[in-house]
Design a protein around this ligand. Sequence first.
Ligand code: CDP
Ligand code: CDP
Length: 228
Amino acid sequence: MKKIIITIDGYSSCGKSTLAKQLAAQLDYVYIDSGAMYRAITLYFIQNRVDWADHEAVKEALGNIHLEFEFNPMTQSSEITLNGENVEHMIREMLVAEKVSEVAAVKEVREFAVAQQQNMGTRKGIVMDGRDIGTTVFPDAELKIFMTADTAIRVERRFKELYAKNKNISIHEVKENLELRDYIDTNREISPLRKAEDAIILDNSQLTQDEQLKLVMQWIEDAVLVQS
Ligand code: CDP
Ligand code: CDP
């Protein structure tokens, strides 16, 4: 089957990365978690006390950041490294979640991340999820999906994930973070989260993971047919 670029954008915790990983496994595509890049940059800024309101400090710090994805055969997924260290677990912590949307709104940060994401897409056969992938990173992608789900369902999904790792987390805290990030991501000046005109909406509030995978595999077949 001809290889294409698939973009998945949408609100926090609606299941973008779950779907993207399944698609990559089924199609033998490369999966890129663009959010992991913004999270890793945020982790670096926190660890090195970089003031992201200071553009010169941001530029200097970005010059010292090297991000890569490595495939972990144990999890069967690509994981992010920050200057050679695997930070996949650390970037999922609340400390990073609380700041990432502020950092991701900074112009220099976006330019740094988008340039690298576009480089990764020079070869087809890629599925990338995020907020601006269909609108800014790959505006010519062959299949664009815009995912959404009811807020209460998204909060519940993310809470379950985080609670499994940290019993001190409260559902209230998760809800606040999710709503705040969605607000900042949708209202920022540069590449705000919005549906690309040619994206297909996938509301998975009432869909199981299997159901959504079947549906999207059909969309991919259709998109490939159009290309050939
Ligand atoms: O998994 P979750 O939906 O919680 O978030 P994520 O995909 O890991 O992204 C974390 C944050 O990075 C988002 O809330 C956005 O602020 C930012 N982000 C972005 O601005 N652009 C992207 N393409 C991906 C993520
Ligand atoms: O990447 P994003 O933040 O959009 O979400 P995710 O991390 O892929 O998914 C958040 C949680 O929702 C995961 O624990 C998934 O297993 C779960 N999920 C679900 O329960 N039902 C779906 N149809 C899709 C995802």
